[in-house]
Each structure stands twice: as C-alpha cells, then as structure tokens.
Design a protein around this ligand. Structure first.
Ligand code: URA
Length: 188
C-alpha cells in the first residue's frame, strides 16, 4: 500500500462496524498541530462522544501532556489507527488495521505533523512495522517518512500499573513527555 495514495474505497466498504449506533471516530484537537498522537481504536466513551481519547485513557493522556507543559488546544491532534470501535472492545485484527491505514496516512499527509507519538503496540506495529516490544522502543526518537516518531506506553497500560517508583512505566512515561515537550519547543 502506498502511503500517499488516496483510499480507493468508501470508508463504509472497509469498516464493518460503522452504523447508525457506532460512530466513526476521526480526530480531536488542532488539525494544524505539530504533534500527532495515534492510538489503537476508539473505546466505548470515544464511540459515544465521537472523539478519540476522551475516556479514562484519554484523561490520563491529557494530564501527562499538561503536566509536561504541552498545550493540548494548540499543539496536539489526536487520532487512531482504526476509526470504529471493534466489537466487545477487542484489539483490531491485522486485516482491520491494514484496511484502515489509508485513512490514517491521509490524516498524516493533511495534518503534516513534525512529531508523531505512537500510543501502544498496535500503533507502533501499524506504522513502523516493527515487532520489537514497546518496552524497548518507548521513549526513542525514530525517523519515519521524514518525521520524528516516538512510541510510548498506552495510558490503559499505565492505568493498570500505577506505581510511580523510579523505573516504573508511569515514571518512564513522564520522562518521555518531558522529552517530547523539549522537542516541540525546538520546533517553535
Ligand atoms: N484507546 C485508544 O487507543 N484510542 C482511543 O481513542 C481511546 C482509547
């Protein structure tokens, strides 16, 4: 699949879950932001409100961004690899991810962010095609298609692992966000 070619289908042809009850969740935030945050797929709250990262995970993500001094209304655009909530909140299949990717590529092309955060293993594998564990790649800057990309732990994982001790997922993620803020400042 070419990253820059427009999708050759209607979205309804690839997404079996979108219907009158299940909204297509496209984005939240500033479409001119330098920082794009890519998650896995909408959850129940996202589907209800039609915006990505507005449930518990999203609230934690917002807090991590704000605590690092990142202006959510100005600097951030949120989206997901898969645009509709998979049934029973299961992880999207490889086929679903492949079928949704042309729309993510279009979002990247249109928003043209300088930095992309890959939130969790699904986003990491979908974009980087890299099977290395997120625990190895998180916090690292990687060049992808002329952009700076960083994988980070998924906030749902952080909610399950709330230790704040040095070296814990939460404390490492806070450091990742400070690195991200530093990078945003160098772009201004
Ligand atoms: N988890 C995700 O990966 N994306 C969302 O939008 C919400 C939760």
């Amino acid at each position: 699949m070419k990253k820059n070619s427009a999708p050759d289908k209607e979205f309804s042809e690839v997404c079996n879950f979108s219907n009158s009850k299940n909204k297509i969740v496209v984005s939240r935030g500033n479409p001119f932001a330098k920082l794009m945050i890519v998650g896995e797929a909408p959850g129940a709250k996202e589907q209800e409100l039609g915006e990505p990262f507005v449930g518990r995970s999203g609230k934690l993500l917002d807090k991590l961004l704000q605590n690092a001094g990142i202006d959510i209304s100005l600097d951030v655009y949120f989206c997901n690899v898969v645009k509709c909530r998979p049934p029973k909140n299961r992880r999207p299949t490889k086929t679903e991810i492949q079928e949704n990717l042309p729309w993510l590529y279009q979002q990247i092309k249109l928003v043209n962010p300088e930095i992309i955060l890959l939130v969790g293993a699904t986003a990491l594998q979908a974009i980087l095609k890299n099977k290395s564990p997120i625990s190895i790649l998180r916090g690292k800057w990687i060049n992808w298609d002329g952009r700076l990309v960083m994988p980070i732990f998924h906030p749902a994982y952080l909610l399950r692992n709330q230790s704040k001790e040095e070296g814990s997922p939460m404390s490492l993620t806070k450091l990742d966000f400070l690195k991200i803020k530093e990078k945003i400042d160098t772009l201004k």
